[in-house]
Design a protein around this ligand. Structure first.
Ligand code: HMG
Length: 420
């Protein structure tokens, strides 16, 4: 039985900052960001966007495309994030409600820095192997935040990716062999009292590359495919230049070294979306996969893709997928490109205003200004509860049907107004 990714879609924030605007603030040439980091823009959340609204927006097209009977086969939702909105309640429960999914569903959040999306994927594959008639909705959603004026600031970003995992998938079959590596490294972390990450940038790059090597060697020990059998490589992308460095490093590890230009050419199609989105932590590698599928001029049917998923702290996993024949008929390329074109550019002053996300701690009633043009928004923080709603953008037949057939929420603070 073949298992893997049946459908995939991403969402990103409503706004972006051009890194040409940030470069003079940092007192550097913009090429440091464009060439040195491989980043042109960063997605910036509107005041009423967060990991819940991004996650729901990414998953909405997947949910809409299913019939009512198919929707009932989605009995698990796994949401990976390292920028969650609650220490106890899973962001996935809010998303499950916003999407109007069936209550007969297990719903949970996973965390291990940028790696947890891959833990969610592997868990989903195991669940589908046990119940091949079921589907698992995996969502990775993050808002990457560093201190203002820090070296990490130009690598910020925001995005979510949703993947429907099933038997006989239409897009990518995930192969069973995996190379794993975990080491206790303090390269990047975020204590509970901080809204931005603490990072040792140099150490983080070294830890990423060391983990890549160890995961590759373990992948080989586990009976993985030889290097020569891979047609494409998709790496975690904290900034796109990192994927180029990683690929050059892996070619050295396997004894077939490539220079930076050749390494870049081999991963170029995976970098296109992340160059203008920035780091989306858990979602980044999977947005890289969407970028590859959406941009490759070559028909990738039958192509074997290597994935390297890295999460600081540090956990890495290297695994492989094979692209299915006919995959192009099931891509959402036009929607992805329209989403990026629809974003509104912000100037530095507006970026600074949005950087201060609403975070009232007094338990009062705090409406959040309506800003996003996306399909879901954070409407208020009231009595310590986050209240979400659909916007006019999400008034789409499939969602309306799914929401109407779901029983009314009882204990959730999420409000779900009728589609307008
Ligand atoms: P920095 O100190 O600003 O940058 O920090 P730099 O001085 O090292 O320069 C960066 C590159 O730009 C260098 O290239 C320069 O030569 C080049 P390299 O030597 O590395 O090839 N450069 C220029 N190029 C062209 N024209 C110019 C120019 N000037 C300089 N004019 C750093 C960079 C990545 C450390 C910083 O952005 C940072 O701390 N980022 C956050 C941490 C991070 O992204 N780490 C990556 C690995 S860890 C990871 O992937 C996990 C993560 O996603 C989180 C998680 O798992 O949860 C972060």
């Amino acid at each position: 039985m073949q298992l893997g990714i049946d459908d995939i879609s991403f969402a990103t924030a409503d706004r972006y900052l051009d890194l040409a605007t940030l470069a003079p603030v940092h007192g550097v040439d913009v090429d440091k960001f464009r060439i040195g980091l491989g980043q042109d823009r960063m997605s910036v959340c509107a005041a009423d966007e967060d990991v819940v609204t991004l996650a729901a927006a990414a998953a909405q097209p997947l949910v809409e495309s299913l019939s009512a009977a198919e929707l009932r086969t989605v009995r698990t939702v796994l949401l990976a994030t390292e920028s969650g909105i609650d220490q106890s309640k899973s962001a996935a429960v809010y998303v499950h409600h916003l999407l109007g999914l069936d209550p007969a569903c297990r719903v949970v959040e996973l965390k291990q820095a940028c790696y947890s999306g891959t833990a969610a994927l592997q868990t989903a594959l195991a669940l589908v192997a046990r119940n091949p008639e079921q589907k698992v909705l995996v969502i990775c959603s993050d808002v990457a935040r560093y201190e203002l004026d820090s070296p990490g600031e130009p690598t910020q970003g925001a995005g979510a990716v949703a993947m429907m995992i099933s038997a006989d998938p239409r897009l990518v079959v995930i192969e069973p062999a995996s190379g794993l590596h975990t080491a206790d490294v303090m390269d990047f972390w975020r204590p509970n009292y901080r809204s931005t990450a603490v990072v040792d940038g140099r150490l983080s790059i070294r830890a990423y590359l060391d983990t890549l090597k160890a995961a590759w060697l373990d992948y080989q020990d586990q009976g993985g495919e030889p290097f020569a059998s891979f047609d494409a490589f998709c790496y975690h992308q904290p900034f796109t230049r990192m994927a180029v460095k990683a690929h050059a490093h892996l070619t050295k590890v396997v004894g077939q070294p490539l220079d930076a230009a050749s390494a870049e050419a081999q991963v170029a199609d995976t970098l296109r979306y992340n160059r203008v989105i920035g780091n989306s932590y858990t979602a980044s590698m999977y947005i890289g996969l969407v970028s590859l599928l959406d941009h490759s001029e070559r028909d990738l049917a039958g192509a074997r893709v290597a994935f390297f998923s890295y999460g600081s702290g540090a956990v890495g996993e290297l695994f492989a997928g094979v692209v299915r024949p006919g995959y192009r008929d099931h891509l959402r390329t036009a929607a992805h490109q329209e989403l990026l074109e629809r974003r509104r550019e912000v100037d530095h002053a507006e970026y600074l205003r949005l950087y201060d996300v609403p975070n009232p701690t007094d338990g009062g009633d705090h409406p959040v200004p309506a800003q996003t043009s996306g399909p879901f928004r954070l409407a208020a923080i009231t009595g310590h509860q986050r209240v979400y709603e659909r916007t006019a953008q999400s008034a789409v037949d499939g969602i309306a049907r799914a929401a109407a057939s779901a029983p009314a929420a009882t204990t959730t603070a999420t409000t779900l107004p009728a589609a307008g």
